[in-house]
Design a protein around this ligand. Structure first.
Ligand SMILES: NC(=O)C1=CN([C@@H]2O[C@H](COP(=O)(O)OP(=O)(O)OC[C@H]3O[C@@H](n4cnc5c(N)ncnc54)[C@H](OP(=O)(O)O)[C@@H]3O)[C@@H](O)[C@H]2O)C=CC1
Ligand SMILES: O=C(O)C(=O)Cc1ccc(O)cc1
Length: 432
């Protein structure tokens, strides 16, 4: 094994996952987090001879050949300003934050000129098996030889390398991640506002409802800064999230006004733009759709399955497809650079839009069934409120809302994470 060693600054969920997997593959790791976490980290990694926990980023930077910053995106400028000038001469530096514009700006501003820059981004959470998942590599300022070294180091993840520029990365992840999270964050906010635990409400149990609940709880059980960073620091994300809020509002107004034809026309036009023309077909014409079957999804309920499936107007999904249409996004074009969560979300949107009888039922329910109005009203408020908080770019306003909702759902996180992991595994196996 090459004696080059890897530095990891930020040993939180992702940093630890990187340290474990890279050291298992034989690389020597120098890792640090904040000084106050030194003792605990040292204890946690005591059994791993190849992981050397250090007190701070200066110590890591001066002796590592490839240094990966695994800190919250909002802190990247401060952390690189602090440790970047200590980087070993001729080393390579990269970041694993979810949004590349601030990361690259920080590197350009604070790193010495002799330091090369190769960034990366694992498009999955710390609990997901990285094999086969996309791993973005960004050769920003590096020789072919240095880039090949980073590829060699990261190849032990077994992920699919996706080669992008920093700005293409941010465009794509705004289209996929940021707007998908907006939908799930809004569902959680609406359920809490209505004092509902969705697994106790028959309309939210079974089939595609299970995906909505499990993924919403998955997001709220994670760290707020991951979603805040992705939404507020990505230059493209605000527009996307704003459009989602506009689509929700426009469709809800049509539902309230009972404008069946207008609603049906708009939903179907959006569906045609996104799913028409057999967009899910691969180049060889084979079916590459994600279509998720109710029977499969039914297995992953947090609540009791009702005797009979209860109708839903699926405002969150109708608005997602409307939003993709208005923004000219063809989600299949981004599959190569997608997270499991995005693929599941697209999968349930597809399940609704590729089954005409189900889509007609959703439209019919939207117009005729007013028992949904309270839920939809709160959902519309929630989508608009999240969008406003993102536009204002206020970390504190984002954190407070996120944490209040997170607290509300916390008692079910353990079970939701377990069921969600099984669901993701089963579905990804099926759709590979
Ligand atoms: N979680 C996910 O699913 C994914 C996250 N990412 C990205 O990876 C990065 C890390 O996320 P994640 O691991 O989930 O978050 P965590 O909060 O678990 O980890 C970040 C760590 O960085 C530490 N840190 C902050 N400032 C410093 C500093 N000055 N010196 C050393 N350490 C510092 C934090 O300490 P403290 O908590 O005390 O501030 C924390 O332990 C983020 O940019 C995120 O966007 C990318 C892919 C997936
Ligand atoms: O799959 C998702 O969207 C997640 O929620 C996990 C996640 C969060 C941040 C990333 O940068 C990548 C993946």
């Amino acid at each position: 094994m090459d004696e080059k060693c890897i530095g990891i600054i930020g040993m939180g969920d992702m940093g630890k996952m990187y340290a474990r997997r890279l050291s298992d593959a034989g690389w020597r790791i120098n890792g640090c987090d904040r000084p106050e976490s030194y003792e605990a980290l040292k204890k946690e990694f005591a059994g791993r001879g190849r992981v050397n926990i250090m007190q701070n980023g200066h110590l890591v930077s001066r002796c590592s050949d490839y240094i990966i910053y695994n800190v919250p995106a909002k802190n990247i400028d401060d952390v690189v300003a602090q440790f970047g000038p200590s980087t070993k001469m001729g080393a390579i530096v990269g970041g694993q934050t979810s949004c590349k514009a601030p990361e690259i700006a920080a590197f350009e501003k604070h790193l010495p000129q002799d330091v090369e820059i190769v960034s990366c981004h694992s498009l999955h959470g710390p609990g997901v098996d990285p094999r086969g998942q996309p791993l973005v590599l960004i050769k920003h300022r590096a020789s072919d030889e240095s880039f090949a070294l980073v590829e060699k180091m990261l190849s032990c993840f077994g992920s699919k390398f996706v080669y992008l520029s920093a700005s293409d990365h941010d465009h794509i992840t705004a289209d996929t991640q940021a707007v998908t999270h907006a939908a799930f964050l809004s569902m959680g906010a609406a359920w809490r506002a209505n004092a509902q635990f969705p697994w106790e409400v028959p309309r939210y149990v079974g089939g595609i409802e299970n995906v909505k609940i499990n993924l919403t709880l998955r997001i709220y059980s994670n760290k707020w800064h991951v979603y805040a960073g992705l939404a507020m620091l990505n230059p493209s994300a605000r527009r996307q999230i704003g459009q989602y809020a506009e689509s929700v509002t426009a469709l809800f107004k049509l539902m309230l006004a009972g404008q069946r034809e207008e609603l049906s026309r708009r939903v179907k036009e959006a569906g045609e733009a996104v799913f028409g023309n057999a967009r899910w077909k691969g180049r060889g014409g084979e079916d590459e759709g994600l279509l998720l079957k109710d029977e499969l999804l039914d297995r992953f309920s947090l609540g009791e399955l009702p005797q009979e499936r209860v109708r839903n107007n699926h405002l969150s999904l109708l608005a997602m497809v409307d939003c993709w249409w208005k923004l000219g996004i063809v989600p299949y074009d981004h599959m190569i650079c997608s997270t499991p969560l995005f693929r599941l979300w697209l999968g349930i949107a597809e399940s609704l839009f590729r089954k005409p009888e189900l889509l007609d039922e959703a439209i019919e329910t939207a117009i005729e069934d007013n028992t949904f109005r309270a839920d939809d009203l709160e959902f519309t408020f929630a989508a608009r409120d999240w969008s406003e908080r993102v536009t204002l770019g206020n970390d504190e306003a984002y954190r407070r809302k996120f944490e209040a909702i997170s607290e509300y759902f916390a008692p079910r996180f353990e079970e939701a994470t377990r069921v969600g992991n099984e669901m993701i595994k089963a579905i990804l196996e099926k759709t590979h």
